[in-house]
Design a protein around this ligand. Structure first.
Ligand code: AHR
Length: 502
């Protein structure tokens, strides 16, 4: 190991960033490609239960432990009529779905989704259509979902066999309304007013709900910054969170640059926080708007194939990414970025969950885990508690995103359960790094495990026939020495979880 390949983590029990809101381990199911049909729902498949839900998928979703699932889109939502998706299945209309150029059968809809959420133990995050529709429709769907009985839409739900209201807490006010590709996209003034009015009316129906207003579809959007400011100025009192979306790619095949992408994500988050607080100040408001990073991931492998797809078919193989190790490393780093902003990022959704840009892929014969499954699953399972303000002393390298640390890392303390967790990504493609962390304040803690995801080939991935090409292994030499210092080696190109317990 080169002598400069050292990373030191400095932590102090009382210096915390904030408590992890478990909703940052959320994900996303859109009516897109095979996410719903052949993903979570496939009646007739040998793994389907009595509702047509894939049991093998349910098991993996439970393994990740996904607290919230955003639904039903995405771009899909901007031309969607929610009423088409409820009631007797045989009476539901098939529709042209313009966002993705397919036919939507509506065989799976709102009620089926809510039932599925119950099965996997997730809460819904329901997006309304502010593209082709208005605030009246927004009101109606809240009434259908959240009002007990005695009104047109609540009684309609009961007629559909659902006695108790769903009490959906979290609502997205449209999707990516700044994007020219979005059906019904708007100027920030138009959208801010419309979203504010929708939130106002929806909260009149159910004051308990929380609303997410659309921020920019990415930091690279031409109106980024101005969009957030104007939207918030026009909707502030009726919304609770602002959304951020980002997808990274390695089209240029430059792995160091690609792995540094979360440096941009940091800037994105910090910029949006500043804008929220600037609007708060100009409004002399006591209310703080927090962040919902409700689409994030790597997306590029499938784009060429998708461009050649025939139009107006049902649930084609669309946006199906074959993820490799470097994608998993970036997903791990992005997760670390989200955690390091736990004070303001309260919601995040890995986009998406099954088949589409996803950690889980289904075939007719079963499921397999994409490489990105591992950092997402392990963050969700072990990353609960207080994020410690982790100072990472480590050499950096130049990248197109700015100077990037060779090792990204964060420490989370869960005193209630006597657990301390270190997440770390070594982005150096050739060299191992030695990690040390003084744990004298945590003198009762011993290493429970150190789990590593790595491979000699950063482009290696998993397939149906070779589902374990990239998988977790254990580093059994990690330990806390007599001086209370945690010492270990982070292999080149690796995602690491070091779990300590009292
Ligand atoms: O997640 C895929 C798509 O990416 C979503 O539909 C859209 O919101 C974003 O552009």
């Amino acid at each position: 190991m080169k002598k400069e390949n050292k990373v030191t983590l400095c932590i102090d029990k009382s210096f915390t960033v904030g408590k992890v809101d478990k909703r940052i381990y959320g994900s996303f199911i859109e009516h897109l490609g095979r996410a719903v049909y052949e993903g979570i729902y496939q009646p007739g498949n040998k793994f389907a239960d009595e509702n047509g839900f894939r049991k093998d998928v349910i098991e993996l979703v439970k393994e990740i432990d996904v607290p919230i699932v955003r639904y039903p889109g995405g771009n899909f939502v901007s031309a969607f009529r929610w009423e088409d998706s409820v009631g007797p299945v045989e009476e539901r209309p098939a529709r042209l779905e313009p966002a993705w150029g397919v036919v939507e059968s509506n065989r799976f809809g709102l009620d089926e989704f809510m039932n599925w959420c119950k099965k996997v133990g997730s809460e819904p995050m329901y997006a309304i259509n502010l593209g082709t529709r208005g605030i009246e429709d927004a009101k109606n769907v809240v009434e259908y979902c959240n009002i007990e009985k005695g009104t047109y839409y609540s009684d309609l739900r009961i007629k559909h066999g659902v006695k108790d209201p769903y009490k959906i807490k979290l609502w997205c006010l449209g999707n990516e309304m700044d994007g020219p590709w979005q059906i019904g996209h708007m100027t920030p003034e138009e959208y801010g007013l419309k979203a504010g009015r929708a939130g106002h009316l929806m909260k009149m129906i159910d004051p308990e709900i929380e609303c997410v207003v659309c921020g920019s579809s990415g930091i690279g959007m031409p109106k980024f910054g101005e969009w957030e400011r104007v939207v918030l100025e026009n909707s502030y009192d009726n919304v609770d969170y602002i959304s951020l979306h980002t997808y990274y790619d390695n089209e240029e095949d430059n792995t160091p640059n690609f792995l540094a992408s979360n440096v941009s994500m940091d800037k994105f988050i910090e910029s949006v926080v500043s804008i929220c607080d600037c609007v708060k100040a100009t409004k002399r408001s006591d209310k703080t708007i927090n962040l919902s990073f409700d689409e994030w991931n790597v997306w590029y492998h499938s784009k060429k194939k998708d461009a050649e797809l025939e139009k107006w078919t049902e649930h084609p193989h669309q946006l199906e990414e074959d993820y490799n190790l470097e994608d998993a490393l970036l997903v791990g780093s992005m997760m670390i970025t989200l955690l390091r902003h736990a004070d303001r990022v309260k919601i995040a959704c890995l986009a998406q969950l099954v088949n589409v840009l996803s950690p889980i892929t289904t075939t007719d014969n079963g499921v397999f885990k994409q490489t990105i499954f591992y950092p997402f699953m392990q963050s969700s399972r072990y990353g609960r508690g207080e994020v410690l303000n982790t100072i990472v002393k480590v050499p950096t390298y130049e990248s197109k995103h700015g100077d990037a640390p060779y090792v990204d890392s964060v420490v989370i303390s869960d005193e209630e359960n006597g657990a301390l967790t270190v997440f770390a990504v070594n982005k150096n493609l050739e060299d191992d790094f030695e990690l040390t962390c003084d744990l004298r304040q945590f003198s009762d803690y011993k290493v429970e495990f150190h789990s590593v995801l790595t491979h000699k080939d950063v482009k290696a991935g998993n397939t149906e026939n070779n589902p374990d090409e990239v998988k977790l292994s254990d580093n059994t030499s990690t330990a806390v020495n007599d001086n209370g210092v945690l010492k270990t080696t982070l292999p080149a190109r690796s995602w690491n979880v070091i779990r300590l317990k009292v």
